[in-house]
Write a protein that binds this ligand. Structure first.
Ligand code: CA
Length: 232
């Protein structure tokens, strides 16, 4: 019972009540909000540990709320679980594309939602500043952002600057799906020196160099890529 603060944005009263009831029973402190504008205001003011966000909302929809939160450095690191209408792939892709951390398709069981909430909270916020300096290792694969070095079983790997940034971005957030657009902005951005702005080309090159660890980079169909979560 850690009492993390969770803000739930859902305009359908009965669904909101079920979610609130279940989260409170798990010991979380819950605030329920029924529209997008109000949600944005409250999240900016209260910076909860997690937001459960319905896609279809009056006023400002969930996609726009998510986009605005992820654009703002003050709220960017708050994880968001998107509740999608019918589990339609297009909605899911859209949600993850604007930076949602996970999604639960409707109709969902409270048990399923609680499991997602626990998983996302365990993963913690995207502490970008901290993670930018943290060494990441996965068995024999070690990514050292300070030394700008990647080794496999202590043998150094030669990556281009772009490949390094791409691998590090993915590996710093295991289990999180990144859209190609998001990766393009984060990794390549305004870098005019980069010859190929196609993320797939860079991923292909990295996978080849990773050899036995190539499967660490998973393809998320219709969206982009993610770094495989460590199996527990
Ligand atoms: Ca709704």
């Amino acid at each position: 019972m850690s009492g993390e603060r969770i803000l739930v944005v859902e305009d359908e009263t009965d669904i909101l009540e079920v979610i609130e009831y279940n989260l409170k029973r798990e010991g979380y402190r819950v605030t329920g909000i029924k529209n997008g504008h109000e949600a944005l205001r409250r999240i900016r003011r209260e910076t909860p540990e997690l937001v459960v966000l319905d896609l279809m909302l009056p006023g400002m929809d969930g996609i726009e709320v998510c986009r605005q939160l992820k654009r703002d450095p003050l709220t960017r690191s708050i994880p968001i679980i998107m509740v999608t209408a019918k589990g339609e792939e297009s909605d899911i892709v859209l949600g993850l594309g604007v930076g949602a951390d996970d999604y639960v398709p409707k109709p969902f069981s409270p048990k399923e939602l609680m499991a997602r909430v626990r998983a996302v909270l365990r993963r913690g916020p995207l502490q970008e500043d901290h993670q930018a300096r943290t060494r990441i290792s996965r068995q024999g694969l070690v990514i050292d952002p300070v030394a700008h070095k990647v080794t496999i079983d202590e043998k150094p790997l030669t990556l281009t600057a772009t490949e390094f940034r791409l691998l590090h971005t993915l590996a710093a957030h295991p289990g999180r799906a990144f859209s190609r657009d998001d990766l393009l902005t984060r990794v390549i951005g305004q870098d005019v020196v980069v010859l190929d702005r196609n993320i797939d080309v860079h991923v292909r090159a990295i996978r080849k160099k990773l050899g036995p660890y190539r499967d660490c980079i998973e393809t998320v169909r219709g969206l982009g890529y993610r770094f495989r979560e460590e199996s527990v």
